[in-house]
Design a protein around this ligand. Structure first.
Ligand SMILES: Cc1ncc(COP(=O)(O)O)c(C=O)c1O
Length: 486
């Protein structure tokens, strides 16, 4: 199936990404990729909607397996594309919105009170008005928000459905800190009083409880679910008809093929930081690892996303639902006996295998230290998350691949006027040094990597988003621009 015009980064230290057939189909069609970049500019984000639909149905299967009433709310903050919102709604799931524009657009695409929620971290009057006018459930973070939502609902003569965001759960004797939400211990009493009758917030209807935890612990999510279900019980006893428990997002995703490669990379990185081997990152960047002063020891942790995970996606959700309380009752059993809907808000993991980012090679040069720098027509904000580096081997697509292999070690650099605009901090090894006009494909970038931190410095255009539906034979006409979705 594949031609030999493309290859992923090779060499001693590889981080082989999990890929899908549709990605290889694209790389196999050099002319189509080139044509797309010529038409839409570089970089370019491509989304494959059938992969998104598959992820949706896989999560729904988990709910079925556990016989719980579950619903997915796609956290669209992970990716701006309208096509994903449209696909989510058409697939019968909901969308979690986090700003005025996200909510407004989701309503325009066809979302309603039945499939949208609002979880924005900051909600101004305009946003609350929009949600209340459209009967969208608002996940409330603090008392000022409760008061403002109540006041606006009163003025608009509407009832406003709210969910309370909780935090501060106790796990193994530690209290989980979060800057978000009401504290489950300190604020519990007040919340119960405020919602015990209609006197305090006459225009609010308490519909559910919500949490979203930082990090990726199954245990913490299991404990938080159990503690929230206890609260739900207490509120129901005082007459509140609570409809849902929302356990947020943060479901782990797996990006890499090999555990061995993942461990090997970290060992080599530590050795490089200690000077035991040649650097494997740009200017020997430790990506969070540092050498202990005057010692041959490493301190700190790798400050990247944990790119390799054995338990991820549906298994991760299954394990939360299987998590047991001290009496041996699972979260799923507790949900069922509470007869309540469980909601999840996956962003990243629902986008697994959904997107790639393509960019054109602009130049090659040797720096003064003898490193090959390959400049791409893109900038660091267009492949960026909160992670210190995106640790997946990218692919090179050669326009005309040289006949003789001459491996080239290199770094990919971007177009911002910053020394740190090095797109991947890892040194890469391609079978041949790329030439101008060759193309680079970054795999699995749909979750947070494309848009979340994208800026327009130097007035560069924002990258364009295209999507692909199911196809039999790849052709340029099959790619549709996201701006055409309405
Ligand atoms: C409230 C809330 N829900 C859902 C998500 C999505 O999380 P993830 O993309 O890790 O699944 C986030 C991410 O920040 C969030 O803040």
């Amino acid at each position: 199936m594949t031609n030999n015009n493309y290859s992923k980064s090779l060499g001693d230290i590889q981080l082989t990404p999990v890929t899908s057939a549709w990605m290889h189909e694209m790389m196999d069609h050099t002319e189509i990729v080139e044509n797309l970049l010529d038409t839409y500019g570089s970089p370019l984000n491509i989304h494959h909607l059938p992969s998104f639909q598959k992820n949706i149905s896989d999560y729904l299967e988990v709910f079925k397996k556990f016989e719980v009433e579950g619903q997915i709310y796609f956290a669209r903050k992970a990716n701006k594309s309208k096509a994903l919102v449209d696909t989510a709604l058409k697939s019968g799931i909901g969308v979690d919105t986090a700003s005025y524009n996200e909510l407004k657009q989701a309503i325009e695409i066809g979302g309603t009170e039945h499939n949208l929620i609002l979880t924005a971290a900051v909600k101004n009057r305009a946003l609350l008005e929009l949600a209340i006018m459209n009967h969208i459930t608002i996940i409330v973070d603090n008392t000022d928000e409760l008061q403002m939502a109540n006041q606006i609902a009163g003025e608009l003569e509407k009832e406003c459905s709210v969910g309370i965001r909780l935090s501060g759960f106790q796990v193994n004797g530690n209290k989980l800190y979060s800057r978000f939400g009401f504290d489950i211990e300190r604020d519990r009493h007040n919340l119960k009083i405020w919602f015990s009758d209609k006197a305090t917030f006459p225009h609010l209807k308490l519909s559910g409880f919500h949490f979203h935890l930082n990090g990726y612990s199954i245990e913490e999510r299991g404990e938080a679910a159990i503690q929230t279900l206890e609260i739900i019980q207490e509120f129901r006893q005082q007459g509140n008809s609570i409809d849902f428990l929302d356990i947020g997002g943060g479901i782990l995703m797996n990006y890499l093929e090999s555990h061995e490669e993942w461990v090997n990379f970290q060992n080599h990185l530590r050795d490089a930081i200690l000077g035991k081997r040649e650097p494997i990152t740009f200017q020997n960047n430790g990506l969070g690892f540092e050498q202990e002063t005057n010692k041959m020891e490493i301190r700190g942790n790798l400050s990247t996303y944990p790119f390799y995970n054995e338990i991820h996606s549906t298994d991760f959700l299954s394990q939360i639902l299987s998590y047991q309380n001290s009496f041996g009752t699972s979260v799923a059993e507790l949900i069922n006996s509470a007869n309540i809907q469980v909601r999840i808000e996956p962003g990243r993991s629902l986008l697994n295998q959904v997107g790639v980012t393509l960019a054109k090679v602009a130049y090659r040069k040797l720096d003064a230290q003898g490193n090959w720098l390959v400049g791409l027509e893109m900038n660091m904000s267009q492949l960026k998350s909160s992670s210190a580096d995106f640790l997946l081997d990218p692919f090179i697509i050669y326009k005309n691949r040289p006949e003789v292999i001459e491996e080239a070690k290199l770094f990919l650099t971007g177009s911002y006027c910053l020394e740190q605009d090095v797109l991947l901090k890892r040194e890469l090894t391609f079978p041949n040094l790329p030439s101008r006009g060759d193309m680079i494909l970054f795999v699995n970038t749909a979750g947070y990597m494309m848009h979340f931190y994208q800026t327009e410095s130097h007035l560069f255009n924002l990258s364009q988003d295209l999507f692909l539906e199911k196809f039999e034979k790849l052709a340029s006409e099959l790619f549709t621009t996201d701006s055409s979705v309405n």
